[in-house]
Design a protein. Structure first.
Length: 256
């Protein structure tokens, strides 16, 4: 039986978090647990990893909690202004590579929920000969016909209508591909990280699949359409995401 290992970078619970993660993160976690239980033809391992400077959150027993990440963006560059201590995508995936022998890896953002048939669909993609994939989500409203998009209403969330979103935040690739990646010091949390992950995976793929219509396939979902990353400081967007010279932070900080 094929084995898929799925990792998310969980964050500390902070009530009133402007990014809505205090609502979205528990939904993501529960949706992954449900999807694992629903999967019958594929072995699914769930992993979480968190920054070491944060208060570590408890996860359901279906998750393997990996050792905290000890490095973040501040370890690779000195900044004059305060900055979010964002982790590198390389360190997140390296943690999974060290602790899982699954043939296939999945990385999703922590605010991306999955449908119960998610892992079965990934198995279909693999069995059809695709060696990597990027899956776009659909955005669902925070409230629809009087129903709040909360953990208690997860069954209703699955059925809610949504809007297509062009963001890249769900990736499937073989374990054997990871050593070939050159993510350098790219950090998660701000665009264009999704595009860069997709491009790096696609660069090493022979039969890449990009599922662009999240409303049609209904594999993943995101609550709301706030794009809170746009509300960061001008310094965040101008220097962290798109520094002088082009590209993402990775290109200013050097190699892994």
């Amino acid at each position: 039986m094929k084995k898929i290992a799925h990792i998310i970078n969980v964050v500390e619970d902070k009530p009133g978090n402007p990014s809505y993660l205090n609502i979205a993160q528990p939904i993501t976690i529960e949706s992954m647990v449900r999807a694992k239980k629903y999967a019958k033809s594929v072995d699914v391992e769930l992993y979480s990893v968190q920054a070491g400077h944060e208060k570590q959150r408890e996860l359901p027993p279906e998750f393997t909690v990996l050792p905290p990440l000890l490095k973040d963006v501040t370890h690779f560059k000195d900044f004059k202004d305060p900055i979010k201590r964002l982790p590198r995508i390389y360190d997140i995936l390296l943690s999974l590579y060290i602790h899982s022998d699954a043939q296939w890896f999945v990385y999703t953002n922590v605010d991306i929920g999955v449908h119960p048939h998610f892992y079965g669909r990934l198995l279909d993609i693999i069995n059809k000969g695709h060696d990597a994939a990027c899956i776009n989500r659909r955005d669902i409203p925070k409230r629809h016909k009087g129903v709040e998009s909360t953990l208690e209403n997860l069954d209703q969330i699955y059925k809610m209508p949504g809007q297509h979103h062009g963001g890249k935040d769900c990736f499937l690739f073989p374990r054997a591909m990871f050593p070939k990646f050159n993510f350098r010091n790219m950090v998660i949390g701000y665009p264009p990280i999704g595009t860069q992950i997709r491009d790096e995976i696609k660069r090493h793929s022979r039969n890449f699949l990009w599922i662009r219509n999240g409303c049609q396939d209904r594999l993943t979902f995101h609550i709301g359409r706030d794009e809170d990353w746009r509300k960061g400081s001008k310094w965040d967007r101008g220097n962290l995401v798109r520094p002088a010279g082009g590209g993402a932070l990775a290109h200013n900080l050097g190699e892994q």
